[in-house]
Write a protein that binds this ligand. Structure first.
Ligand code: SF4
Length: 221
């Protein structure tokens, strides 16, 4: 099997609790959702892609001076069998960013970090609470990342947090303001910040983190 790749690049991680960490990003082509504010829609429609053989991906990782690999998309879980083999063949630290709607039995133990991002109402997509719980119960190092556009998203995120088992204490809970086309991102950050600061429940969570997209604020890739 060949992997459809939208792009590969070196940068720092701009989102979540690993912000600032240098990484080689592998952005796959293809996604099972269509979020209205998606900032990488070129990775599932309209954009171009190349088919990478397993040997080509292994060579790229072996030749990389950065030894953290971020599997992103699109939705990388679609290609879990490819990545499961890759991790066995090309040693590195592997992180994955997923919407949490595809289960990855063969991969979950092998990944060094998983960012699980349930798509809330403002996205126009949906999430599967059963699968989100399963991810949180099985991940050994990760975060649950809520992309927040409005107050309804915050209420929905709180509902998900309440539905999770106590194992949620092992993952960071990240609130990330959404970047909405035509809106000022700093204004969006302020809105989400104000809402979180007023929320007693969220502030009581030891693992809560409020983290805007740093690469966008700094105009990095
Ligand atoms: S799941 Fe991620 S990649 Fe897919 S449409 Fe939503 S934001 Fe975009």
């Amino acid at each position: 099997m060949k992997l459809p790749v939208s792009e590969t690049f070196y940068s720092i991680q701009g989102e979540g609790v690993n912000v600032g960490r240098p990484a080689l990003f592998i952005r796959v082509y293809g996604c099972n959702k269509r979020c209205v504010w998606c900032d990488s829609s070129y990775s599932y429609e309209g954009g171009s892609y190349s088919l990478f053989s397993e040997e080509r991906v292994i060579r790229m990782i072996e030749q990389s001076f950065v030894k953290t690999v971020v599997l992103t998309g699109g939705e990388p879980a679609i290609y879990h069998d490819f990545f499961s083999r890759l991790i066995d063949l090309a040693p590195a630290a592997y992180f994955m960013e997923t919407n949490g709607t595809i289960w990855i039995e063969d991969l979950i133990e092998k990944l060094d970090f998983i960012s699980i991002s349930p798509k809330l109402s403002s996205s126009g997509a949906d999430f599967d609470i059963g699968l989100i719980k399963r991810y949180v119960d099985n991940v050994h190092n990760g975060e649950i990342k809520f992309v927040i556009a409005d107050m309804q998203d915050i209420e929905e995120a709180i509902g998900i947090i309440n539905a999770l088992s106590n194992k949620k204490n092992a993952v960071s809970i990240v609130f990330q303001p959404a970047e909405i086309s035509g809106e000022d991102y700093l204004h969006q950050i302020q809105m989400v910040y104000q809402a979180i600061m007023k929320n007693q429940f969220l502030n009581s969570l030891k693992t809560l983190r409020f983290i805007p997209q740093v690469h966008k604020l700094c105009n990095l890739k």
